[in-house]
Design a protein around this ligand. Sequence first.
Ligand SMILES: N[C@@H](CCC(=O)N[C@@H](CS)C(=O)NCC(=O)O)C(=O)O
Length: 317
Amino acid sequence: MAVGHTIGLDTDLVKAAVSRIQDRPFRVIQRNGMIGNGDDGLATHRHDLQKSDETKKSTALRYLAGREKEAKRNQKPSPWKPRGNAAATARDHSGDADIKFYSACFCPFSQRVWIALEAMGFKYQYCETDPLRKPKPTPLLEANPRGLVPAIWQGGWACAESSVILEYLEDTNSTIPLHPTIPKLKAICRLWIDFINTRIVPSFSGALLATVDEARSQHMEMLQHQICELTQAADEKGPYFLGDQMCLVDVHLAPFALRLSRLAPFRGLNLQALPARWKGWLDALEQNPHVRSTMSTDALYAQSMNDLLKGFRGISD
Ligand SMILES: N[C@@H](CCC(=O)N[C@@H](CS)C(=O)NCC(=O)O)C(=O)O
């Protein structure tokens, strides 16, 4: 479809789209949930052909408007650019480097990897990538055939999935470890990372995605319960999970914790009931230089929230 084509009732495009659905048989929706031809006397909801045509036209218009929006998006590199501290960090890492890091600034999974790259002092090239673009950008597909960010590409080798990339970075970096060296403590960290991925992240996305108040409160209640569980397992004084040093549990959690406080007001989520230990943890994450250097402005997170939700829907599809 030609980009910039005016959508109006008389255009050929609308006619073509209408004719695609025009030939469908005229149906009567019955109150008992069945669809019939209206001859059985049960039908209570019917409309005439004119009304049916109007409905088909507006369906066609919505379809065309959606396609036009998508086509426009696909012509541009990415609708989002890192802002604030993240913009400066992305600029500092815009030159060619051994590790190419495909990331979307709105994506919490990408930010996990970004924090670790910064904290461990890796040389990397930041490549802002729109994972929602169709078709997906070729370099992203080469790095991750599933087409999700984050992904890294290193000399012909590629890796995806934030938790796996974080383990890889940890294994290849000898100077600043983010996992404890004691095997039993390391196992405990992995257990809580799994808890974040399999419990906290789904509750977070569920609370943001829910359109019905009841479902939203259920997810929120679950999330609060899980956050309490996590804080009880964390070092008593903190401020981080293991004490005064940030570890991979904090890196997994930080992007979600920080987005929760920024996005909650837009979805009517109440965070008052969260424990004091959580507030101290959140403050420490906000102040951490590596977390800060990968944070965009609050406005960026608010404006890109719909794309974040689309990304989450992609996960559950
Ligand atoms: N489990 C993945 C999740 C990554 C993910 O869902 N990324 C979203 C952006 S936040 C994405 O790329 N979505 C694109 C799509 O759904 O097509 C990870 O931990 O890396």
